[in-house]
Design a protein around this ligand. Structure first.
Ligand code: ARG
Length: 397
């Protein structure tokens, strides 16, 4: 839910000053970690002297492709809200640091999406990250406004109700104000808003064949498909900053695959999202006269069955929260064996339905903020949800 609970740390991102020079200590700590864990890279000392000299002379330094790739994997390993970290080593890293123009960025995003969706076998999703140029202290940097590469528009109707995804209403209005027009369905794919210092913000439409979608049906409720629900296959987060060794990559979109509850419990279940639970309960003929009949729970479970069933039937990779919880415990065991702590945020790791039926519920976790890391900056978060209501950030003033 979007309600901020007073005193609750709902965004643990430490403040970032894009004008600050690179932190030489963080650079050194990262390089030591990287060369210690990835022994193919050789001894770290010669590399450290080169980097120290570069930082002293220019205020920043360039990372090698191996360093960027390993740093991105470790940032995933450190992502305390992610339950899916077992496969952190297999992240595919696309080094896109040379791309400059918005056209280049968009073309590379399309390649990312195609590879993520599964070339040859659409639906066989692959976790991938595309890493664009790092921010240079004191200079504006390219970024994507959207929170995900694929999201559905939300249109406010005159009676105050919303067609589509209510979460995206203000973003949709911002796109409309900049000349975009959606078809007006409840699952119109939003354009990608790419901002570069030279070109300002430009909108790009994802071609239909680039966006794999799954229509929802239910294994034994034939009326379910009449609800006309669809969701997209690839969750690709586009507004988190990747920080590796004191460098910051504000444009580093990454994707995995869905855990069913993200769609079935949250996107379709939340009252401030598609909110279809009451309709599902009605169609199921449930007694909604009192909360004690647990009609909400029963409808939510069927909604989640529909999501898993439909993705499976369409051959699109997805996993259920029981399997993903078991995998997370394997990850904890692996990491423990490697002598590492696993930072984790209980409130994000525990699935939104049937929490106590999964093993991740029954324990506590380390809450450390380890780097490399992905951070969601306040400014990026606001830009994705309320682009035209944001306060300009320090570097824009
Ligand atoms: N929770 C987000 C959504 O519902 C996606 C976040 C990333 N999820 C993932 N499985 N990689 O769209």
């Amino acid at each position: 839910m979007s309600h901020a609970v007073p005193g609750y740390r709902d965004n643990p991102t430490p403040p970032w000053d894009p004008d600050a020079p690179v932190d030489a200590i963080e650079a050194e700590e990262f390089l030591r970690l990287c060369y210690r864990e990835d022994t193919r890279l050789g001894p770290v000392e010669p590399r450290l002297s080169v980097v120290r000299a570069q930082i002293a002379a220019t205020g920043t330094y360039a990372q090698t492709a191996d360093e960027v790739a390993y740093g991105a994997k470790v940032a995933w390993r450190n992502a305390s809200r992610c339950i899916g970290r077992l496969y952190w080593r297999s992240l595919v890293v696309l080094d896109r640091r040379d791309a400059r123009t918005a056209d280049d960025v968009f073309a590379l995003l399309l390649r990312h999406l195609r590879q993520a969706t599964g070339i040859g076998t659409p639906g066989q999703l692959r976790p991938i990250i595309s890493i664009f140029a790092p921010a240079t202290p004191g200079r504006p940097y390219p970024r994507i406004w959207n929170e995900q590469l694929i999201r559905y528009a939300g249109y406010r109707r005159s009676d105050g109700s919303v067609l589509g995804d209510p979460r995206m209403v203000e973003f949709t209005e911002a796109m409309t104000a900049r000349g975009w027009r959606g078809a007006g369905t409840d699952h119109d794919v939003l354009p990608v808003a790419i901002e570069t210092p030279e070109e300002g913000v430009r909108l790009f439409e994802l071609p239909g064949q680039a966006v794999l979608e799954v229509p929802l049906t239910h294994p034994d409720l034939p009326w379910f498909e009449e609800l006309g629900l669809h969701w997209y296959a690839v969750p690709a987060v586009t507004n988190m900053r990747l920080t590796i060794g004191g460098l910051h990559y504000p444009l580093a979109p990454f994707n995995g695959w869905y855990m069913g509850t993200e769609i079935g419990a949250r996107s379709f279940g939340d009252a401030d999202r598609y909110d279809v639970v009451p309709e599902v309960a009605k169609r199921m003929g449930l007694d909604t006269s009192s909360e004690g009949t647990l009609w909400r729970d029963r409808a939510l479970i069927e909604l989640n069955r529909a999501v898993l069933h439909s993705f499976d039937r369409a051959g699109v990779k997805i996993s259920d929260h029981h399997t993903e919880s078991e995998r997370f415990l394997s990850h904890l065991r692996n990491e423990e064996r490697a002598g590492r702590q696993v930072p984790a945020d209980w409130s994000w790791i525990v699935p939104p339905i049937s929490g106590s039926a999964t093993p991740v519920f029954h324990r506590y976790y380390h809450e450390a903020d380890l780097r490399p890391a992905f951070y969601l900056d306040e400014d990026a978060h606001e830009r994705a949800l309320r682009p035209d209501r944001r306060k300009p950030s320090a570097s824009e003033r």
